[in-house]
Design a protein around this ligand. Structure first.
Ligand code: RB5
Length: 145
């Protein structure tokens, strides 16, 4: 599985550790920046990562900012991106199993390295369940109410 990762300055410190964790799970991960801790605007990196994931079907993205909120809001502007703001292994597992999420978002200022590792493992081990969830995921993009 191919992963892409991007952060802002508030997610930058943890980025190298996250890349190592993804590689330890047996996956390739490409860093879309930033490459210094200078202040940047999180939407610039969320949009860059969302477009890259969409251009590479089947790939996953990881977005990290201070809270994960801004990154998820911006990434979800792209049709076909389901960016899930996760806080623990359970939310990461459900994001894959029920929501078929393709981008994992979290906050460097919210979770510690142990929680991050458990989220990545849960995400990695969990496939979309399909079935009754298929139609619900389709309805995220198409309003049938
Ligand atoms: C940066 O200070 C912070 O606002 C950003 O990383 C993120 O948490 C926004 O949602």
């Amino acid at each position: 599985m191919k992963y892409y990762i991007a952060t802002d300055h508030a997610g930058f410190l943890i980025k190298e550790r996250v890349k190592e964790m993804v590689e330890a799970l047996g996956h390739e991960i490409e860093d879309l920046g930033p490459f210094s801790a200078d202040r940047v605007d999180y939407p610039d990196y969320a949009h860059k990562l969302a477009k890259t994931v969409l251009a590479n079907p089947g790939s996953f993205g990881i977005l990290i900012c201070g809270t994960g909120i801004g990154m998820s809001l911006a990434a979800n502007k792209h049709e076909g991106i389901r960016a899930a703001l996760c806080h623990d292994a359970y939310t990461a597992q459900m994001a894959r199993a029920h929501n078929d999420a393709n981008v994992l978002c979290f906050g460097e200022r919210v979770v510690g390295l142990g929680v991050v590792e458990s989220m990545l493992k849960a995400w990695n081990e969990t496939a979309f369940e399909g079935g009754r969830h298929e139609k619900r995921v389709e309805k995220i993009e198409t309003d049938e109410s």
